[in-house]
Write a protein that binds this ligand. Sequence first.
Ligand SMILES: [Zn+2]
Length: 152
Amino acid sequence: MSRDDAESRRGQAHAKGLYPAPLNAGRSRNMQANRRSDTKPEVSLRKALHHLGYRYRKDLLLRLPETRVRPDIVFTKRKIAVFVDGCFWHVCPQHGRKPTTNEWYWAPKLQRNMERDTRANTALKEAGWTVVRIWEHEPLEEALQAVRSALD
Ligand SMILES: [Zn+2]
């Protein structure tokens, strides 16, 4: 689905009252930046790891006994799953304050995201995986260090 399709679908959802209208252009851009895959910090981390000679799978779907999980970066042999979590969608303690506008829409959605993250962590650990979660606001050096210490 192209971005234009997504935009027009969202527009239709507005019309049906299913989706709150963006607050303003800035907020709208912020939402775009928070798309699930290939966010910038995630791309930087992948590039840096690759540059250091690490080989990994990107967005690999893991079928676990309890649930299915799609980490951002997977080291299959080492069983290490890395997630780069967006501050807004995954409710980071520093930037993830709950929106007060459209609370009816966002609060349950963000709550579900947090619950899904917790379920994913538990399912992965029970299946013998190491989970590394990185906030998108973390500097690249710290993100790299977190992954490398899991690999060591
Ligand atoms: Zn943050």
